[in-house]
Design a binder for this molecule. Sequence first.
Ligand code: SOE
Length: 384
Amino acid sequence: MSSKKELRIGMVGYGFMGRTHSNAYRRVGNFFPELEYQPVLKAICGRNKERTQAFADQWGYESIETDWKKLIARDDIDAIDICTPNNMHAEIAIAAAEAGKMVLCEKPLARTVAEAQPMVDAIEKAGVPNTVYFNYRRLPSVTLAKQLIDAGKLGKIFHYRANFLQDWTISPELPQGGEGLWRLDNDAAGSGVTGDLLAHCIDTAMWLNGGIKDVSAMTETFIKERVHTGTGEKQEVTIDDACMFHCHFDNGSLGLFESTRYARGHKALYTFEINGEHASIKWNLHDLSRLEYFDHRDESQERGWRSIHVTDGDHPYMDKWWVPGLSIGYEHSFVHQIADFLKALEEGKPCSPTFKEAQETQKVCEAVLESARTKSWKDTGVKW
Ligand code: SOE
């Protein structure tokens, strides 16, 4: 019999993110055997009974629910994991916190700052462990970037640049709303690329480089009308298809961000570059086990960009996986987030980003959209 403490998971939603989270819960015990807690996939909840059951069978959930309120009411569930479209995050998270459950929520926290605030309040009032899945922080190469910055290797930072480029919504025939396509529907998503993609860039940026003070942005909606899956009618598209903004960080550095779903040829090209007084760092999701590093303090004849293959046992998280030289992938960032959540639980510490921290990212997203709407600079009000 296992001496592990069980963490009984009830997950709501079984789309793409439901798979990434379920995979992480299943893998974490194999690769982080020292953890005191072991997730148990107790129940998966979705509206369609047959498909929910099929997902339960595929991923090894013990039971299903078709009503999330019933899931939250169950006393054999410790933690609620939210993988629904964004418009359902608030109601489920608040109810879960009020029932004393731990809450793990997919990003972005909510559609707006106003919607996210009662979520933060409910979590804090209940005092329940919580985290928001900004998974890219937990890629070993990105965590290594954090370690280099925190060790002062870059010195004073001048520039932070990030892109998140995709191309999956270029066809005007693509409907908005409904399964798989709720990200195009403002009512369900709250925004387009700003909440879906730039939120990732903003989370990583503030984690690496501190708070974003103010922003100036522009957005564009290239396809103005799409058929809505729900009504079958053509409806105005109100999400941002593309967004660019520049900003000041609290540390005096300048930021430049761009995201679009109209960059033909790019499927999920998330990149960032940071330039400091001594050194620079470059990273790119398509080559996620690498960190490019340039250090001006190297001997001049040898000076140049180093391509660090982040697969060594000394690199963050990598002692848990294979042998040096063998890469890991996108899905491992979720395994690491769960491992960190379980470790934090063991130690009675918060697991970053908490709801409160994710609300700061929400504030930047909102200031970006507001700036684009009003064609003016906006203070974010972020406290990092
Ligand atoms: C959108 O296509 C999406 O799946 C986002 O929702 C994820 O958060 C991002 O990591 C990859 O792209």
